[in-house]
Design a protein around this ligand. Sequence first.
Ligand SMILES: [Ca+2]
Ligand SMILES: [Ca+2]
Length: 282
Amino acid sequence: MKQRSTFVLFVCIFLLVCDIDCRPDEKDTEEEGSSAKDGLILPEHEHRLEKEADQLHGKEKEDKMKHTSDSHEHIRQRRQANVTKQVPQSQQPGIAGGTTYIRWGRTSCPEGTHLIYNGIPAGSWYKHTGSGSNYLCLPHHPVWGNHNDGFQSHSYIYGVEMQLDSNDPFLKTNTPETARLNQETAVCALCYVPTRATTVMIPAMKACPVGWTKEYNGYIMSDHHGNHRSEYVCVDEAPEVNEGGEGDQNGALWYVVESGCGTLPCPNYVSGRELTCVVCTK
Ligand SMILES: [Ca+2]
Ligand SMILES: [Ca+2]
């Protein structure tokens, strides 16, 4: 009986010691588990990492392609913008920059154009050999700069008077009061055409070439052949006159220009015939 009790006690002590020493250490287990996670790559874990790496690589590739595509689109847009900038303005409807001309003999501009100002045609005195040979359209209200009244200089300018006593082909629809133009002071208008880009005066024509717009037509005028050379200008076929300018005052003078045969082929030109003109824009 004593031996049995001793055996039971021995077994109990053994079990107690074994319970303390033989149980796996929880810390060690955790460390081993952690070590397994960190150091030991299981097949499933390896597969997942590969998949994640593939996804990351794919995203990087996609981002790179998107960035490249964006860059290409940006470059394309910049090139397109440059191309747009390089298109000549004259080829862009509505922003051509427009064109201007002086409508000699009128105070207004044709429909679809803008009057900048109207004024008085002026040039050198008909007996002076010098000064300017071209005609200017002087505004009615000059703005002066530094000035010294009195004639100290040797270049002058005068208003244009129309000399039509012996030859007047013009319409009188714009001069109903007097129905005559001789010895009248001429008028002019500066016209702006915003939708067309260039202007040309064609002599000996009353209509414009196909594709061009007629601004006005009329007759060529210049100073008398016995005076001094001047510019040829195209004066509207139905001139207005400058009110208050009537009277034989002389200054710069306009005469209707006639064609002379010889070096000009006749026909088609006719000796002594008044030369027409047309002003066209495009
Ligand atoms: Ca006169
Ligand atoms: Ca004639």
